[in-house]
Ligand binder design. Structure first.
Ligand SMILES: NC(=O)c1ccc[n+]([C@@H]2O[C@H](COP(=O)([O-])OP(=O)(O)OC[C@H]3O[C@@H](n4cnc5c(N)ncnc54)[C@H](O)[C@@H]3O)[C@@H](O)[C@H]2O)c1
Length: 394
């Protein structure tokens, strides 16, 4: 039961790059007050706060956390900073939404799960793709058994922004992005989304990771995510993290899966696709046509379900902001996720089975990622190594 409106809640954002800016705009849209931001230096905080029309550019995380108006903090910094920043945020008694991946290792993410639980604060991971309304809708459809038992989950997440040797980003540096690159950066979205919809955890994986662009040109100065400028001075860097992953999956109910992950697929700007085949029917969705869900049948014509409140489940309707036919997209998913999260903040507790990813879900993706890395290293199937405590609490 909501006891106060979200507009009385104050937030602040760490990072104002590609995705930090999307966070700030979505928070403003749902009426949460954004008090300020933190950048990599005090000067950058001030500059970016001015650019984005925020009252404060904090000089440090300590200064942000000392601001009593700030009840919740969004972490949109590069991956290697998440663990330490989230720990500090929870210690300061603030709620937190952290960008994916939650941490650099599963040891860190396990620690954050327990810190969040001890803190009594709300903690979520920003797996925003869950919040395309038709994905929320399909989760309910699958939960009601309309597809029958799930047998096969297949698809891909392909991008092309790291195709050229001149493409550069901090994600290519393992010490900032993590040991897994394409899998950690975008594969984690596909794995979270398909587990969210099917309700099935991955139990084993057989993975093959490949690096094709072994040498890249790193600009000498800083460069923004998805930047396209090429006329800068560069140095050659050897790259060891994967451009491509091909992965076989076994799910806990015996279902099978197959997914391709790539950041070097020309023409695929941001293409996530899945197909879920059940014993009765199938469903398929494409992130570049997000307002349409395909339902496949054997004994009657297939269906195309538009994102239309009259045709979706309650969860689908809740995530939708506009009437059918008025296209919704990437930025809208952030507003829908934050709306669900801040309704819980306003209510004073996380609802049972929240539609947004919890820290336990973020930790789960770290475990699956580590099994993928291990399988590729050893050239054989690897189990997702959940500790007995984690299995008992699932
Ligand atoms: N959910 C999604 O769809 C999605 C999309 C893109 C990125 N992400 C995640 O968001 C995070 C940021 O990615 P991005 O693409 O926005 O990167 P980016 O490089 O565009 O932005 C990173 C920001 O962090 C700031 N920063 C760097 N060091 C800092 C420090 N010590 N303290 C505070 N701020 C610091 C930078 O100044 C910059 O503003 C990553 O974890 C990434 O995985 C998620």
């Amino acid at each position: 039961m909501t006891t106060r409106g979200v507009s009385n809640i104050g937030a602040a954002v760490i990072g104002s790059g590609f995705i930090g800016t999307v966070h700030i705009e979505a928070l403003r849209r749902i009426g949460v007050h954004v008090h300020g931001l933190l950048g990599s230096t005090a000067e950058r905080s001030a500059e970016n706060a001015t650019r984005l029309g925020l009252a404060r550019g904090y000089a440090s995380l300590e200064e942000m956390l000392a601001d009593e108006q700030v009840e919740a903090v969004h972490v949109t910094s590069p991956n290697h900073l998440h663990f330490e920043q989230v720990e500090q945020i929870l210690t300061a008694g603030k709620h937190v939404i952290c960008e994916k991946p939650l941490a650099m290792t599963s040891a860190q993410s396990a620690e954050l799960v327990s810190r969040a639980s001890d803190s009594g604060r709300l903690a979520a991971v920003n797996f925003n793709i869950r919040f395309y309304p038709l994905n929320q809708h399909l989760r309910e459809v699958v939960g009601q058994g309309e597809l029958g038992d799930i047998r096969l989950v297949s698809g891909h997440y392909f991008q092309d922004w790291l195709l050229m040797e001149s493409d550069w980003n901090w994600r290519l540096e393992p010490e900032r992005g993590g040991a897994l690159r394409a899998v950690g950066d975008i594969g984690s979205h596909w794995l979270d989304l398909t587990s969210f919809i099917t309700g099935l955890g991955v139990s084993e994986v057989m993975a093959d990771l490949a690096t094709f662009v072994n040498l890249r040109r790193q600009p000498k100065g800083p460069i923004e995510t998805f930047a396209v400028q090429r006329d800068v001075e560069t140095v050659a860097r050897e790259i060891k993290t994967e451009d491509v992953a091909t992965i076989l999956l076994r799910y806990e109910n015996g279902a099978r899966g197959i997914v391709g992950i790539s950041q070097i697929s020309a023409g695929r700007r941001n293409s996530l696709q899945y197909e879920i085949d059940g014993a009765k029917s199938a469903a398929a969705w494409d992130s570049e046509q997000p307002d349409m869900l395909w339902i496949g049948h054997r004994g009657k014509p297939n269906e195309l379900v538009p994102r239309d409140a009259a045709l979706m489940s309650a969860a689908g309707r809740q995530a939708a902001a506009l009437p059918g036919g008025h296209v919704e997209g990437f930025a809208d998913t952030f507003a829908a996720l934050f709306r669900a999260f801040y309704m819980d903040v306003a209510a004073g507790k996380m609802r049972d089975d929240p539609p947004y990813a919890t820290f336990a879900d973020g930790h789960e993706e770290m475990l699956v990622g580590e099994a993928i890395a291990e399988s590729s290293r050893r050239g054989q199937w690897a189990e997702v190594n959940r500790s007995p405590v984690e299995v008992a609490s699932k």
